[in-house]
Design a protein around this ligand. Structure first.
Ligand SMILES: O=C(O)CCC(=O)C(=O)O
Length: 299
């Protein structure tokens, strides 16, 4: 993983994420949101219940429930709303124990509803954002990962501001703004890049524009909250077994509401359409042709 990290900083230009310390968060966040610049608010979620759960609390909370764990598998040509498919079914507590032992693997829980799986734990945090002057949707979207697993680089299709609060171990996050779309080899009509960031060493010669890429890099520690402005690409590498929860900030203006609602409608139709026979393959062919026309190389 260290090699992967060194490889990323060698290939592209990565700046340290702007950050704020306790006591500075409100002003720093307001400025960040106004300028659409990311910021890591150190220790913002330090006092949240989730920051005090032990792996045992989590295991007890989920009891004997099982779930499908997802892998880091990277495949091109997926639809905009692509959701990684489970690679194995297993008892959730068994998976948490693997994370506690820091066993390297590809296994992740992506946008996982821990509130449904462990209803006895305290999941409500929306009110904790009020000091920042914002309101967030109380959706329990948790992200768990084993050391070495990664979340494919993408931006969220609903074009909304995100707050990622992190717990337990460490994860490394890279962020890139929308000016970097071409340098990231965005697959036309999707929120995905053609570049598998976990294989950069091998892939860099195939994607020369990566050398012009500029973005931010941060190592999240337990209790940190990262503000990811709408449209920012994110790539996440789990350094140790850890988890986060992401909150979506309700849009403030009518125009923003329209854009987010439109994205949900188009995203929802995309999911439904892709279930029809032949549609996913037809869309993949169209995207491959558009990619070839744009970058002069096959997807
Ligand atoms: O932390 C992760 O693994 C993924 C987070 C993410 O993609 C999101 O919050 O949109």
């Amino acid at each position: 993983m260290e090699d992967d990290f060194l490889c990323q900083i060698r290939i592209m230009k990565l700046y340290p994420m702007p950050e704020s310390q306790p006591g500075e968060h409100k002003d720093a966040f307001e400025k960040a949101q106004t300028t659409c610049t990311p910021i890591v608010m150190r220790k913002f979620a330090q006092d949240w219940p989730a920051n005090h759960w032990t792996w045992n609390d989590l295991c007890r909370g989920v009891g004997t429930r099982t779930t499908g764990v997802r892998g880091s598998a990277f495949a091109n040509g997926q639809s905009t709303t692509f959701f990684p498919k489970p690679i194995a079914q297993k008892p959730i507590a068994e998976y948490f124990k693997q994370l506690e032992r820091n066993e390297p693997s590809d296994e992740r829980l992506f946008a996982f509803n821990l509130r449904a799986a462990a209803p006895g734990l305290e999941h409500r945090n929306a009110a904790r954002f009020r000091p920042l002057g914002i309101s967030v949707a109380e959706i329990p979207a948790y992200f768990f990962g084993a050391p070495g697993s990664d979340t494919r680089i993408h931006y969220d299709f609903d074009w909304i501001d995100l707050l990622l609060s992190h717990f337990k171990g460490q994860k490394r996050v890279l962020l890139f703004d929308q000016n970097q779309n071409n340098r990231l080899y965005q697959i036309p009509g999707t929120v995905h890049s053609a570049v598998d960031f976990s294989q950069l060493g091998a892939l860099a010669p195939k994607f020369p524009l990566l050398s012009q890429l500029e973005g931010y890099e941060v190592l999240l520690e337990p209790g940190d909250t990262l503000y990811i402005p709408k449209g920012y690409w994110h790539h996440i590498t789990y350094v140790t077994g850890s988890f986060s929860i992401t909150y979506r900030i309700w849009p403030k203006s009518f125009k923003e509401w329209l854009k987010t609602s439109y994205s949900w409608i188009t995203g929802g139709s995309d999911i439904l359409l892709n279930k029809l026979p032949g549609v996913a393959a037809w869309q993949a062919r169209r995207r491959a042709a558009a990619f070839l026309a744009k970058y002069g190389q096959p997807l």
